[in-house]
Design a binder for this molecule. Structure first.
Ligand SMILES: *Cc1c(COP(=O)(O)O)cnc(C)c1O
Length: 356
């Protein structure tokens, strides 16, 4: 605290990202990064953009990232006017809170969800009400129908539970809330869900947000995008152009385009993660864990007899880090990113030893 701080800064409760420790030989299963490298075409595109003397970095990037919007539009069968791109989906989400979710009525999101949502509410002064997940940690669409609200946001699959909501349930929420924007944060949808982007043509209140950080293995490049009705996209552009004209640098734009164009690498990478996830679920169930069904690149599990914080600590002593949230309802769960098969095996071997 300092006398120089504005009132807004005094009142903030910032988001705390999963740690990125600088320890060698760490098995890092705490922030849902992809265990495989991005498409080799990404590196080639970035090298090409740099050229021999990096002189191109002298010039500003395209403020509209038109090449990237076109690539997203091609990949998802929409028009470029239905696409917004940003510096990671966190930035896209931030703009959505300010541009589309800030109204008089409180917005709705699940009590257990991506913990950045209440942080954006604090930053932008958005009122919110949390809606409890059911006892089995699912979203019940009925809880989002027939309640006055200023907007709705949830991840699908949800984080940190990994549970998937079917498209018909999302459509029910959209149809019941024609005067609210419904934001579906599909950070993990490529690992086992159906995207709601196909519903954008029929629902002008739907905004679907994607990231290249998880399924495209580009968390370090910082690229996310939104797909929605052009009027929703225009709102995001108005905020973006009042904040930072160039959120995506030259390397990010060409790298992201290359990633979106390498369908084979993407499909192979996702299939490998999904196969490892299913093996890991089986292993942990064999060790006595209750594991929620996951459609993401992480699993959410608890051991009925062992304290989650102690398990996380014991794993850490063995150089394996997973995520533990000290939050109501989930403080006995661990969120474990699906790594390579070797990493998953090291994890289950360590847990077997700890539980013995
Ligand atoms: C990882 C994650 C994001 C943020 O992704 P970036 O594009 O890396 O900013 C957004 N939403 C959820 C639910 C996530 O888990």
């Amino acid at each position: 605290m300092s006398r120089f701080w504005s009132q807004v800064v005094r009142d903030l409760t910032p988001y705390v990202p999963g740690e990125q420790p600088k320890i060698a030989n760490l098995i890092k299963l705490n922030t849902n990064e992809n265990p495989y490298p991005p498409s080799p075409r990404v590196l080639a595109a970035i090298r090409g953009e740099l050229g021999d003397d990096a002189a191109r970095l002298r010039l500003y990037p395209d403020p509209n990232a038109d090449l990237l919007k076109a690539a997203v539009a091609r990949r998802h069968g929409v028009t470029a006017q239905q696409v917004f791109v940003g510096n990671g989906s966190d930035e896209v989400l931030a703009h959505a809170f300010q541009a589309l979710l800030k109204h008089d009525a409180p917005i709705l999101f699940p009590d257990i969800t991506y913990s950045f949502y209440p942080v954006y509410c604090g930053l932008y002064g958005v009122a919110y009400r949390t809606v409890p997940l059911t006892a089995d940690f699912s979203i019940d669409p009925a809880d989002y129908c027939g309640q006055a609200n200023g907007g709705i946001i949830f991840p699908n699959p949800n984080a940190p539970t990994g549970r998937l909501l079917a498209l018909d349930a999302i459509e029910r929420i959209l149809a019941a809330n024609p005067d609210s924007v419904v934001v579906v944060d599909e950070a993990y949808v490529d690992f086992g869900g159906d995207t709601a982007i196909g519903l954008v043509a029929r629902y002008d209140n739907l905004l679907v947000i994607h990231t290249l950080s998880k399924s495209r293995a580009l968390a370090g490049l910082r690229v996310g995008f939104a797909v929605g009705h052009p009027a929703l996209i225009e709102a995001l552009e108005r905020v973006k152009n009042s904040f930072n004209s160039y959120p995506l640098d030259r390397l990010a734009i060409v790298g992201a385009v290359a990633a979106l164009e390498d369908e084979a690498h993407f499909a192979d990478c996702c299939a490998r993660v999904v196969a490892s996830r299913e093996r890991l679920v089986g292993e942990l169930a064999g060790l006595g864990f209750d594991v929620l069904p996951s459609a993401a690149n992480f699993i959410f599990a608890r051991h009925p007899q062992r304290d989650a914080a102690e398990l996380a600590g014991a794993l850490r002593d063995r150089n394996i880090i997973v995520r533990h949230f000290k939050l109501p309802r989930i403080d006995q769960h661990l969120r474990i990113t699906v790594g390579t098969d070797d990493e998953c095996r090291a994890l289950s071997d360590a847990l077997r030893e700890i539980l013995a």
